[in-house]
Ligand binder design. Structure first.
Ligand code: ATP
Length: 262
């Protein structure tokens, strides 16, 4: 692992510690372990363009051929954030990444799929995974962004990349844009005592969330399936899904969401 002097100047202007791995299994796993052993400052970043054992939720695989994608993990020291507001961290990251990708894919339909996938034209360009450090003192948020991935390298039909969208990703700018927004959102959330409505984060997330208004199917952790329309995001960050004919929405805090129609 090396610390580049000038490889990512915009990122280095935002982050106190930028480390680049030539290749690694998982930037999230590395940073979780490293930050538990050593004092890494808030907004420390570990990145690679060759992540070999990337993970999604529920230990699903995140597949990226070498050089085709950016894996970036950021350490967040959010001890002042009330525990019941921590669920907003992945949503804040999803919002920040959606905005950062929008800044470069200006002609495309870039939206957040609740809670934190970034889709371009309904296809996933970025997945995000938030994990606590081993001592629970900090949170590591990892993002996998498909950058130079060629059409024949896409691991699933539902994926896309900057290259597939006809653009070259400016990785340094992407990370800097993302980190600035993420830090700002969390700082405001802490200042508001964890109230995402008061801090403006709730409105920011709603504003970019392409899941809202769509017919969705949700596989719930208990194995049941909920079908309805995604009608809102509540003050806790849960997705509100209204079944046909139901007066009140059900609140979903964890589940696999399929957008039924695009
Ligand atoms: P879904 O994408 O179905 O909503 P999810 O949000 O739970 O699932 P993650 O757990 O974040 O997804 O990511 C893992 C899933 O993403 C894999 O099961 C696979 O379908 C898909 N995937 C794996 N690698 C990539 C990639 N490079 N780009 C886009 N999608 C990928």
């Amino acid at each position: 692992m090396t610390i580049p002097a000038n490889g990512y100047p915009l990122t280095a202007a935002v982050s106190p510690r930028v480390q680049v791995a030539e290749h690694t299994g998982s930037t999230n796993a590395d940073l979780v372990v490293a930050a538990s052993a050593e004092e890494y400052p808030h907004l420390s970043v570990l990145l690679t363009t060759d992540q070999r054992s990337g993970r999604g939720r529920l230990d699903r695989r995140w597949e990226t051929p070498p050089g085709s994608a950016l894996a970036v993990s950021v350490l967040l020291r959010v001890g002042e954030l009330p525990l019941d507001a921590r669920g907003w961290i992945p949503l804040a990251a999803g919002w920040a990444m959606t905005e950062a990708i929008r800044a470069q894919l200006t002609d495309q339909d870039v939206a957040l799929k609740w809670p934190n996938d970034v889709l371009v034209g309904g296809r996933k360009i970025c997945g995000i995974l938030a994990e606590a450090t081993l001592d629970f003192a900090a949170v590591v948020v990892g993002s996998g962004i498909n950058t130079a991935m060629a059409p024949e390298q896409l691991p699933v039909e539902t994926a896309t990349s900057f290259a597939v969208e006809g653009e070259v990703c400016d990785e340094d700018r992407l990370m800097a844009d993302y980190l600035v927004r993420l830090d700002r959102a969390l700082t405001a959330l802490i200042a508001a005592g964890g109230d995402a409505v008061a801090s403006g984060l709730h409105a920011d997330v709603v504003g970019v969330c392409g899941t809202l208004g769509r017919a969705v199917r949700v596989s719930l952790p208990d194995g049941s399936v909920l079908e309805g329309t995604a009608t809102g995001i509540d003050a806790e960050g849960r997705l509100q899904v209204t079944r046909a004919g139901a007066a009140e929405p059900a609140a979903v805090s964890a589940g696999d969401i399929v957008h039924l129609r695009f």
